[in-house]
Design a protein around this ligand. Sequence first.
Ligand SMILES: Cc1cc2nc3c(=O)[nH]c(=O)nc-3n(C[C@H](O)[C@H](O)[C@H](O)COP(=O)(O)OP(=O)(O)OC[C@H]3O[C@@H](n4cnc5c(N)ncnc54)[C@H](O)[C@@H]3O)c2cc1C
Length: 434
Amino acid sequence: MTVALREDMVLHAGDDGYQDAVTTVTGVGTPDIVVRPRSTADVVDALLYARQEHMPLTVRSGGHNLAGLTQVSDGMLIDMRRMNTVERVGVSSRVRIGGGATWGEVAKALSSEGLALTAGDTADVGVAGLTLGGGIGWMVREYGLSIDSLVSVELVTADGEVLEVSDSEHPDLFWAVRGGGGNFGVLTRLEFEAHPVDKVVFSTVLFALDSLAEARPVVSAWERCQRDADRRLTSVLALMPAMQDSPAMAMLQYCFDGDEDEAAPHVEALSALGTVMHKDIQYRPYASILVQDDPFPAPAAAQRNVLLSDFGKAEQSAVCDAFETGQLMMAIRALGGAMADVPSSATAFSARNAAVMVIGTQLLAPGDDRHQPMPGWEGIEHRGGESYVNWLDSADATASRRAYSEDALLRLARVKAQCDPNDVFSKAVPVVSE
Ligand SMILES: Cc1cc2nc3c(=O)[nH]c(=O)nc-3n(C[C@H](O)[C@H](O)[C@H](O)COP(=O)(O)OP(=O)(O)OC[C@H]3O[C@@H](n4cnc5c(N)ncnc54)[C@H](O)[C@@H]3O)c2cc1C
């Protein structure tokens, strides 16, 4: 049977909406057609049509992939963003979210219900893309990764089959979609168990750094605060060299799930990590702490990350050495807590014992190669285990070896061979072992 697509689903270059659909965080693509489904049946049609026409296929939701996976030059781009419903299931804390929603839409919809899900820090990031990699957010220490609240997904396979996927149905596939990226099919619905969250204490504190070496005591004091911290507290310390009109500084941001009185004893020391230049502290709705992006595309930057199970003196020193090259911004995200409650083998994201994630960012000038070695990064990397797949700026075999343990990669490859043997969903960090 020949498959045809409804006219209102399809956009070509020059049509209203095409430019918006092809613009992602890394740049602007030129796919032959954009398909904008409104339902699971539309997604099935899109997949069957792509197969019939032998078109390469890419699926996007938030468009925030740092490796440029959803910025494509040919074939069909399925833009999921019309499937962005957020529905509470009765009076329970279960929520069903469309495969094209963003975390900002989810946080806003759940806010009025006194519920929230721990997700990223940015409103426009896609629920599907972030969840497929794990999901590290402001309540990761209290409620774990985003995948730890995921109950089931509806997934359309490359053959157009619609599967309910959960711990009890297709459990291997459910294991794989919790960290294995967009390798397996199109997520049309994600069902989560949300958490009772209303307002949180959110603070940003800027500390002066008269020299880059002054970051050392700040990092060490932050680690002491965060080491045995209450699970309701998650913080991120960013070290920034001088840029344009801005002096070098350390920026601390933290989220505490509770009110100001509850937070006070847990956060006091965090506000005294160094010489304070600016401090902002507010008790505000969780939904309001997710930031809006600047318009795409973002400035070109190379990024590396590593999940470190220890953040002792040697690791702190390696981070500070890299910062002192003057060429990198460093972010250190506190992990642990509930994230470590889940066994490593339970999900494709396996670095459950990570105490912190360190991210290095280097702004690139035109012509710079993003894959060139990053100054000082080697000293950090060799102390760590896996990298977080969602924060990799490349998607080749090296990236997959960084992101997955050998065991996880073998198991991912087995699931991939079963559900997408022809690699229709190739716009992901590859999981086929070489
Ligand atoms: C500014 C910024 C802030 C970020 N903050 C955080 C953060 O706080 N925490 C965190 O964990 N990560 C964060 N990330 C990383 C983010 O999780 C990843 O970039 C993620 O892949 C983005 O998902 P997306 O849906 O927006 O991207 P997209 O580019 O749309 O998709 C990413 C991947 O998912 C696939 N995909 C998308 N939708 C579907 C679907 N419905 N079904 C199947 N496959 C699909 C795509 O094909 C692609 O492989 C951030 C990234 C940026 C750029």
